[in-house]
Design a protein around this ligand. Structure first.
Ligand code: SF4
Length: 404
């Protein structure tokens, strides 16, 4: 079992900071998506200027609580960041480099949709500091792509991966979606999706279970009985196929939804899971500095107006939630249990002792013992990790261990 490779914020002096930039524009709305985005691109430049201004306003965000602010990761998420032009990307990079130190080996990721990744765009992206692409493939099956209103087809997905690899993007991840309803609950489409991903030698795969959210097109269809709920047994079987297939091809499931070969862990997301601080800029972006979370408004116009009226001391488009010691412990349990590095009880004890809280093992003794007996949890020295069977019940197990 690998050791947790880094420190954990609040438990160690080793600080790694991340910057997330939310680009809230998409060509069209995917039927399952409840992220914040707009299909009206008319305010794109205004919003990018606001993002650059927020980068300046938040330049001391990490210094409030941490001794240094070197960025180890930058992540353009969305929405669809691959809709940005060269000029727009360079404007944002200029703002970042003017206001933050960026580590020489920082991981700089851009989420991209296959239909945007022409050879010309890939060549342009190679000229920027971006060194990792996360491509929203979702499936290599045209019927699934059409049914969820994706803007690309299977051929474009394959071509974009191949061209990105050929042009030199060594660090490449794809998103896949499973549990998409199929006739007779057939697993053939998922099996083929995985076969394609493996054969294209993609080194990192994020695989998400389709969920039907209320405000999406799928959610509305469900409400009107035009669509069925996702079948839980079918989803569990698909998850099983996913884990076993990728395991057979030497992918390590280092987080419940994330798999990689040869230690190609995603630095940015791993930092989230290990509780490192990050700054999120843009409409709907979240930030975390170890003591509090900050949530930007999920509305482009309100965000732009809020940033225009903000000063370094007061950001007008964000809500702040200060975390209690119990919140910090619960977040730590929730995120670390999802990883192969697991949840270190010693680190929880450090917080409980400092805050006069009851001992974690004492209050959870019976719960932990039961989960170990039923083969869902594994304890090695002071670390709790989920077994393969336990991964199906990760959220339930974590919440049973929460401090309330
Ligand atoms: S899934 Fe991605 S591309 Fe589709 S609407 Fe959501 S953010 Fe946009």
């Amino acid at each position: 079992m690998p050791l947790f490779p880094f420190g954990v914020r609040g438990f160690s002096n080793f600080i790694m900071a991340g910057l997330y930039i939310h680009i809230p524009f998409c060509k069209q709305a995917c039927f399952y998506c409840d992220f914040h985005f707009s299909t009206n691109l008319s305010a794109k430049m205004e919003l990018i200027k606001a993002i650059c201004q927020e980068i300046y306003l938040q330049k001391d965000y990490f210094q409030q609580n941490t001794p240094q602010k070197t960025l180890q990761s930058i992540y353009f998420g969305g929405g669809t960041p691959s809709l940005l032009s060269e000029n727009e990307l360079l404007m944002i990079f200029e703002a970042i480099y003017a206001n933050f130190d960026v580590a020489k080996d920082a991981e700089i990721t851009l989420e991209a949709n296959p239909d945007d990744l022409s050879l010309e765009t890939l060549q342009m992206l190679r000229k920027t500091p971006i060194n990792r692409l996360s491509i929203g493939v979702q499936s290599f099956h045209n019927a699934h792509l059409q049914a969820s209103n994706r803007a690309h087809n299977a051929q474009e997905a394959q071509t974009s991966i191949k061209q990105a690899q050929d042009i030199g993007f060594q660090r490449l991840s794809i998103d896949l979606m499973y549990a998409f309803p199929t006739e007779n609950h057939s697993h053939k489409i998922l099996e083929n999706d995985l076969k394609q991903a493996v054969s294209m030698q993609v080194t990192h795969i994020s695989a998400y279970c389709l969920t039907i959210e209320p405000k999406t097109v799928f959610g509305k269809r469900l409400e009107r009985n035009l669509m069925k709920e996702i079948d839980e047994d079918f989803a569990a079987d698909q998850f099983d196929i996913l884990i076993n297939t990728l395991h057979t091809h030497a992918y390590e499931q280092y987080e419940i939804s994330n798999f990689c070969q040869n230690g190609h862990y995603a630095v940015h997301n791993t930092n989230y899971w290990r509780g490192e601080p990050y700054l999120g800029v843009g409409a709907s972006a979240h930030s975390f500095n170890g003591d509090s979370r900050q949530f930007n408004v999920s509305n482009n116009q309100k965000y732009i107006k809020g940033i225009t009226e903000s000063t370094k001391n007061t950001i007008h488009c964000a809500e702040i939630e200060v975390l209690s010691a119990k919140d910090k412990i619960n977040e730590y349990i929730l995120t670390t249990l999802r990883t192969i590095w697991g949840c270190d009880i010693e680190k929880i004890n450090n917080i409980t002792t400092k805050n006069n809280l009851v001992d974690f093992q004492e209050i959870n003794y019976q719960t932990i013992t039961n989960y170990i007996k039923t083969g869902l949890l594994y304890k090695h020295q002071n670390t709790l990790t989920l077994t393969n069977k336990g991964k199906f019940f990760a959220d339930k197990i974590a919440s049973d261990l929460f401090f309330v």
